[in-house]
Write a protein that binds this ligand. Structure first.
Ligand code: GLN
Length: 304
């Protein structure tokens, strides 16, 4: 497969002018990002790297980090996780409070904010130094000791994170949060502030395409069975109330973030990351979805 040729075609065919969207502004630090950025990196299991555009520029991975915290929590507590979080698509926006009230504080899935906050609570309970240990986990997966949090983004979100504060307090009232809400929120905001390039993101997510093992070192990070389950959750819940649309148009498990990144994987084939900061009304990168749709159309393969 001529992946570089296909990526070049995608870069050429996508006209930024055709995408209105807006850079996320509810986290003031993210509003500073240039909406015209566009980059993509594809990393294959045969160890090929293909890219274009701003693929080596760091951006805030935001909700994409929820898959990494899920992987670590799943490893720490196993199936106990599912006593506190469900695995159903929400069909609601990522920061919605509505379902939590009538579903007694049990989030629909780990990739919406409420579910990710319960995962953060689990990590705060089980890790000695949550921020440091989680970062070490991400660096181990990526085999890259330079990956880091973005302090300014974390502080900016902490200052304006009223909806997340509402979500965690509501869950606390139902008994689904063990730790002090302030401590859990602090961890969650740092987790979301992880900064990566498209290349680093594709490298990080290679474990989900490679049955839970890193490609570079062959180290097993998660079991093949848990990898399969996490991929299933990405497929059904990775794009909130647009999970169906992403599955319909792209046909790969993936995850988006309000920093404008999207990562997707084709099991046993590749991981791919794309960045275009302008978001559609559902909070997903409009250009990212189109770029990935073109990728599975031009290669002729998705998981379906
Ligand atoms: N940190 C962001 C929030 O909690 C993540 C949201 C996202 O990327 N969809 O609002």
């Amino acid at each position: 497969m001529n992946y570089q040729g296909i990526l070049n075609e995608i870069e050429k065919e996508i006209d930024l002018k055709n995408f209105d969207g807006k850079v996320a502004s509810y986290i003031p630090e993210l509003a500073k990002v240039n909406g015209e950025k566009f980059g993509m990196h594809l990393y294959t299991l045969k160890n090929g790297h293909y890219s274009f555009g701003d693929s080596n520029e760091k951006f805030s991975i935001q909700s994409i980090s929820k898959v990494l915290s899920l992987a670590l929590a799943f490893d720490l507590v196993g199936n106990e996780l599912w006593d506190r979080i469900d695995v159903e698509p929400s069909g609601d926006p990522f920061n919605s409070l509505a379902q939590l009230e009538y579903e007694n504080g049990i989030p629909r899935n780990p990739l919406i904010n409420s579910g990710a906050l319960v995962i953060s609570d689990i990590l705060v309970t089980h890790l000695k130094n949550p921020k440091k240990d989680f970062l070490a986990f991400v660096r181990q997966i990526t085999n890259n000791p330079t990956i880091n949090y973005d302090d300014a983004v974390a502080k900016s979100e902490k200052k304006w994170g009223f909806r997340n504060a509402a979500l965690i307090n509501l869950m606390k009232s139902f008994g689904n949060i063990e730790n002090k809400t302030k401590k859990v929120l602090d961890f969650y905001f740092y987790q979301c502030s992880l900064s990566m390039t498209c290349k680093e993101l594709a490298e990080t997510f290679m474990i989900f395409a490679n049955r839970g093992a890193t490609l570079e070192t062959g180290e097993r990070i998660i079991t093949p069975s848990r990898t399969k389950r996490i991929n299933a959750i990405m497929q059904t819940c990775g794009f909130y109330d647009e999970a169906g649309e992403f599955t319909f148009r792209v046909g790969l498990p993936g995850k988006s973030g309000v920093g404008g990144g999207i990562v997707a994987i084709h099991p046993n084939e590749y991981s791919v990351a794309v960045w275009g900061p302008k978001l559609n009304p559902k909070g997903n990168s409009a250009i990212g979805m189109t770029a990935l749709e073109l990728l599975t159309t031009k290669t002729g393969y998705s998981i379906f």
